[in-house]
Design a binder for this molecule. Structure first.
Ligand code: NAP
Length: 255
């Protein structure tokens, strides 16, 4: 028996990277899963690769989390096609890094819209189902960059905003059987960090090695590391944990 048998889990931005790794873990543990991503065909293709257990299903839905109509329509499709919603993972993300003096209005707005507005819109759409059924789990993706990172004024502000948002969700929704937590990953090997290497003109393997050496456990993280923490925080074993941000970063920000 899996921890997520009979549960319906939505993961945004899950066609690849941390989102796909997390969706995979929920599927392995028995959940039916909706993969949301900008491109519906990529979302559907990723859904088709999930290791579903008997009786579970998966769908891919095209959704721009920063658009209210799109976010609401996606949640309603999940409820009508999969039969409900129990877990929401707000994972979709982008970076538009630049030093402050070179950062454009668009760089700022785009990052705020996907991370903060996106998490808000998706959560607002899901919470009406959670509150009605007196059960729900919300997991938001923050980042170690919330603590400050050169070239990421927009992203670090959004990721610290996610932590405040998560605490408030914990306060408001706790009485209705809903837990909300966040994970702040350190360096995770995905296309997002590969793109950062490319932007900095550093070879991907060198960039990973550099980041591995910068933390106490001397390795980079993988989507599976985040997925394992997500599977705990969204489980009933964690029902007394809410409003928290768990740093999953190999100890990168300890010292
Ligand atoms: P990734 O590989 O770039 O994947 C992000 C996914 O989100 C992509 O499939 C992307 O689709 C999708 N997406 C972007 N904008 C969207 C929107 N408006 N609506 C729906 N989907 C959208 O990133 P990742 O590394 O897996 O990161 C996942 C999350 O973890 C992000 O929130 C990120 O900020 C956070 N995080 C990552 C790291 C890391 O080291 N990788 C560290 C800390 C936190 P397209 O490909 O179509 O753009």
């Amino acid at each position: 028996m899996g921890r997520y048998d009979g549960r319906i889990v939505v993961v945004t931005g899950a066609a690849r990277g941390i989102g796909f790794g997390t969706a995979t873990r929920f599927a392995e543990e028995g959940a039916s899963v909706a993969i949301l991503d900008l491109d519906e065909s990529q979302a559907a293709e990723a859904a088709g690769r999930l290791p579903l257990t008997d009786g579970a299903t998966a769908i891919g839905i095209g959704c721009d989390v920063s658009d209210a109509a799109s976010a609401e329509a996606a949640v309603e499709r999940v409820v009508s096609e999969l039969g409900g919603i129990h877990v929401l993972v707000n994972n979709a993300g982008i970076t538009r890094d630049n030093l402050l003096f070179k950062m454009t209005d668009d760089d700022w707005d785009l990052v705020m819209n996907v991370h903060l507005r996106g998490a808000f819109l998706m959560t607002r759409a899901a919470q009406k189902h959670f509150v009605a059924q007196k059960y729900g789990k919300i997991l938001n993706l923050s980042s170690v960059s919330a603590l400050g990172n050169r070239g990421q004024a927009n992203y670090s502000a959004a990721k610290m905003g996610i932590q405040g948002f998560t605490r408030t969700l914990g306060i408001e929704l706790g009485p209705f059987g809903v837990n909300a937590n966040a994970i702040a990953p350190g360096f995770i090997a995905t296309e997002m960090t590969d793109a950062t290497a490319a932007r900095l003109g550093i070879d991907i393997d060198d960039f990973r090695k550099m980041n591995a050496e910068a933390n106490p456990v001397r390795r980079v993280g993988y989507p599976e590391d985040i997925a394992a923490a997500a599977a705990f925080l969204c489980s009933d074993e964690a029902s007394y944990v809410t409003g928290q941000t768990l740093y999953v970063d190999g100890g990168a920000k300890l010292g």
